[in-house]
Design a protein around this ligand. Structure first.
Ligand code: ADP
Ligand code: MG
Length: 729
């Protein structure tokens, strides 16, 4: 068997065990070897039996004088009792509920037993100790006792004991076959532990210090791989060429003057950075960070307009249909004076909707749209996307859509700029595809602008996204008021409803966010963990209750992800046009949705959402000069809930909140529930930015010395494999 052999064929594993293991993402021999313990139990000092103190955690070594199984008379629980003797004395051992032990352990066996000495009527006994036979061939070295004993994250049916046995065996077999992927010089210069020793020491350490050193080596390794991947991707991108798109100052002035508001200085600064990038042949790769509501869209639209008027096409990809549609409408409105052909492409509709002209109504601007069958448009692979309907030919300048944009069928003629909204919601491949697959006929790749409201500290952003350029909108539009955030206890519910009523009477609108769609009794719905104190509120139930009991005289609407696209559309449009006062919704409205008249965001079961997500919800209100409110409903008594809710109240913006979240929950929290595939140790290290920067420097030097890593074939191979596993920019 080799390191990449399936774990199933390993002696003592088999199909049932391997299924359990695969749940832990352990599929190969190597995966198991690299499954690290989370902590160690110190059973290292073997004590003489007569030196044991009450309640002491200790390891003793001796011969079994007698051993027998019993049932307790009262509780009918099985017991195994034994007496263990060393040179200094003897002690009783009691194991509960493990009757098979009399088959494993026999009188006369020499064993080590580690556990707690519990006081009884006649002295002490060792209660439920871990044990191991000392004369066992397998345990010629102690692995379960008499040392620092590794404790693995356990799941049902896989005990730490099992892991210790299996991994110990693997280490013996593969000891000299594990490739050292780190270059020798890097190991030396950073005094890292070599691979063989590190594997041995992370599982079965001699001392706590050596365990720490082993862990450090693997942290270094994981981060190093991440940095290499990120930097290489960046260097590859830098070799590509993009069209130079000059900044049309007149055009931009006209656009800015056409806006119903003044751009903030921050927006101007970011836009300028983008325009400068577009003028270069080097592909832009810029992340536009700005808190929710800071006005990222208009900055992106400006860039798109400039590209389009220079003869290029632009594409905008958003993570949800609702958001894509909203962008379509607001972009159509922003660009109305510029006679640009905008189209919407989403997955479900089998149509491309294209803007013809628009007209202002008292319900706002409505683009007159034209529906053309998508097939017709897509069959034209070259030239601007063109479609011939009977009456007219439509060329598209600006295509807005969802994931549908990255289908292979969608080919652009002259794509100059790709904009990705809420980029953290997309996987890497999707992003890469939108850029790379869209090479124009002249072999130029489009410039890329990503936008996010998830504020990532700069160093972390550099780590995860590589050397991308960062523009930050750190200023809110004028006149915005701080959103008032309140935690609402169960007893104050009625008060909150009264407040909502009053807001609606003033012509303002309300979101009610619920964690789930169906009531929890519906078995089809995927449920989160049920907690005794909280019934996760379900949209459908809540909608019924609010329409019938609480707000019978107000207009309540419902929105969730399982509704048909058309229905969702109708509801969103209704909310926009104020045909709906209160919108009860799942997290589908999390990102981007822009309803300036909405001033109350009420969140049910707030403890079920991450801080970043809560902040996004809150960003749905406070989008005008009206005072807005965020009401957090929670009845969870958990301490972390209280901490997190307080953070929501205190943090003034997403950046502060991100830092708090980093403190409370670690870096994983920044990325929500998205699976990034970043290994645990690296994730933990992301908190320690100086370490991250140091590793990054080493990675840079390594690539300077050997850009393709040709001098380090083992490392190159590992980087390649790692790249497939991890989802980075
Ligand atoms: P986000 O950065 O969260 O994507 P949006 O781009 O959706 O924010 O903008 C939020 C709202 O603020 C929109 O209604 C937009 O028209 C408006 N807006 C953008 N910039 C300004 C500004 N400088 N002054 C006033 N309102 C603005
Ligand atoms: Mg947005």
């Amino acid at each position: 068997m080799t390191l990449d052999s399936p774990i199933q064929y390993l002696q003592g594993v088999g199909p049932i065990m391997s299924k359990k293991l695969s749940k832990l993402k352990i599929n190969t021999v190597e995966d198991l070897l690299f499954y690290f313990p989370t902590r160690y139990e110190d059973f290292s000092n073997i004590v003489a039996i007569d030196k044991i103190k009450p309640n002491q955690q200790c390891t003793v070594q001796g011969k079994i004088l007698e051993i027998k199984a019993q049932r307790t008379w009262k509780k009918r629980m099985s017991l195994v009792q034994a007496v263990l003797q060393d040179e200094s004395g003897a002690i009783e051992i009691v194991w509960f509920g493990q009757p098979y032990l009399t088959k494993v352990l026999k009188k006369g066996d020499l064993i080590c037993a580690a556990g707690k000495a519990v006081v009884s009527k006649n002295g002490f006994y060792l209660s439920n100790p871990v044990y191991e036979k000392v004369n066992d061939t397998e345990s010629a070295h102690l692995i379960h006792s008499g040392r620092l004993v590794p404790i693995y994250p356990e799941t049902a049916g896989l005990s730490s004991r099992w892991f210790r046995n299996a991994i110990y065996r693997l280490i013996q077999i593969y000891k000299n076959q594990i490739p050292e992927i780190l270059p020798e010089q890097i190991i030396k210069e950073n005094s890292l532990m070599p691979i063989d020793e590190a594997l041995q020491q992370i599982h079965f350490p001699d001392t706590r210090e050596s365990a720490q050193k082993a862990k450090q080596r693997f942290s270094f390794e994981e981060l190093f791989l991440i940095e290499l991947v990120v930097l290489q991707q960046r260097y590859r991108l830098n070799k590509e060429k993009s069209p130079t798109i000059p900044m049309n100052v007149d055009l931009i002035k006209r656009f800015v003057n056409s806006l119903p508001f003044q751009l903030t200085d921050s927006q101007r600064k970011c836009a300028y950075q983008i325009f400068k990038d577009l003028e270069k042949t080097r592909p832009m790769s810029r992340l536009l960070e700005g808190d929710v509501g800071s006005g990222k869209t208009v900055v992106a639209v400006m860039a798109a307009l400039n590209a389009i008027k220079n003869g290029y096409q632009a594409g905008l990809m958003a993570p949800t249909e609702i958001l894509a549609k909203q962008h379509f409408q607001s972009v159509a409105k922003l660009l109305k004076p510029f006679k640009i052909k905008i189209a919407l492409l989403t997955g479900k509709d089998d149509k491309i909707i294209s803007q013809k002209l628009g007209h202002e109504t008292k319900e706002g601007y409505i683009p007159d749209t034209l529906e053309i069958s998508r097939a017709k448009i897509l069959e034209k692979a070259r030239g601007k996307i063109k479609a011939k309907t009977k009456e007219l030919e439509v060329g598209i300048d600006f295509l807005i859509g969802t994931h549908a944009l990255i289908q292979d069928k969608v080919k652009f003629g002259k794509l100059g700029l790709v904009i990705i909204d809420e980029q953290h919601r997309f996987g890497v491949e999707q992003r890469a595809k939108l850029v790379a697959h869209k090479k124009n006929g002249d072999n130029l790749i489009p410039h890329l602008l990503s936008m996010t409201a998830t504020p990532i500290p700069r160093t972390l952003a550099l780590t995860i996204y590589g050397d991308l350029d960062l523009s930050v909108i750190d200023q809110m539009p004028k006149g915005r008021k701080q959103i008032i955030t309140k935690i609402v206890a169960p007893a104050e519910r009625q008060e909150a409803y009264d407040f909502i009523k009053q807001q609606v009477k003033r012509g303002e609108q309300v979101f009610v966010v619920c964690p789930r769609i169906e009531p929890s009794s519906t078995p089809t719905e995927k449920q989160g963990p049920r907690t005794p104190w909280s019934e996760a509120r379900a949209v459908k139930e809540e909608y019924e209750k609010l329409t019938k009991e609480i707000f019978p005289d107000l207009k309540v609407g419902m929105l969730h992800g399982k509704m048909k696209a058309k229905e969702k559309d109708k509801i969103m449009q209704g909310f926009k046009n104020k045909k709906i006062d209160i919108l009860v919704s799942t997290s589908v409205i999390e990102v981007g949705v822009d309803i300036p008249q909405a001033t109350v965001m009420m969140i049910e079961g707030a403890e079920r959402f991450g801080l970043a997500q809560l902040h996004q919800f809150r960003g749905r209100v406070g989008r005008s000069d009206l005072q807005s409110y965020c009401l957090l409903f929670t009845d969870s008594p958990a301490k972390t809930t209280r901490q997190r809710m307080r953070a929501m109240m205190e943090a003034k913006n997403g950046f502060e909140l991100a830092e708090k979240d980093l403190e409370i929950r670690g870096p994983g929290s920044l990325f929500g529930s998205k699976q990034w595939g970043i290994p645990d140790l690296a994730m933990e290290q992301l908190k320690h930015l100086p370490f991250v920067e140091m590793v990054r420097e080493v990675a840079k030097e390594t690539l300077q010395y050997s850009p393709q890593l040709k001098k380090f074939p083992l490392l190159a191979e590992r980087v390649k494999r790692f790249e497939q596993k991890v989802h980075l920019e």
